[in-house]
Design a protein around this ligand. Structure first.
Ligand SMILES: [Zn+2]
Length: 149
């Protein structure tokens, strides 16, 4: 008996509950299977062959209780930066070449500001809260309810 079972589901009062952390760890399993085949060759001889397959499988439960992920900063910055750079340099570049160069630079500055606000600050302020909440989250295996303790 694990220590989780002293709590119960607030919805159906079942004690068949598990923390997200444990459920996730149990759900992501490395499976290994060996297939053995026996065959009779055309010359009448017997042949034995084995095939081994290994892989990591993520169960549906594991996907449901997966920990929160941090937002990617570099990829987002580059993607938005490139789009804004082309867009602004094209728009302002139709006025003058100098403005076009400023527009390209402005694209990167805006991208940086946007990513700082939406990803960097999110990772710094929101992500720890979500992770903390995740550590206190439980799933009920009877009714599927998610709840925090
Ligand atoms: Zn329940």
């Amino acid at each position: 008996m694990s220590e989780e079972t002293k709590f119960e589901c607030p919805n159906c009062h079942s004690d068949n509950i598990q923390s997200f952390e444990v459920a996730y760890r149990n759900g992501v399993t490395t499976s290994s299977s060996t297939t053995t085949g026996l065959g009779v060759g055309s010359g009448g001889g017997l042949g034995l062959g084995t095939a081994k397959t290994t892989g990591t499988s993520v169960s549906q439960i594991a996907q449901e209780v997966a920990p929160p992920a941090k937002k990617g900063i570099v990829k987002k910055f580059l993607l938005i930066g490139i789009i804004l750079m082309f867009l602004l340099s094209a728009i302002l570049g139709s006025v003058s070449n100098t403005l076009g160069s400023i527009g390209a630079l402005l694209g990167w500055v805006l991208s940086g500001a946007f990513v700082y606000k939406t990803a960097y600050l999110w990772n710094r302020d929101v992500y720890p809260q979500l992770l903390d909440q995740w550590h206190h989250s439980y799933i009920c295996f009877r009714c599927g309810q998610h709840f925090t303790i």
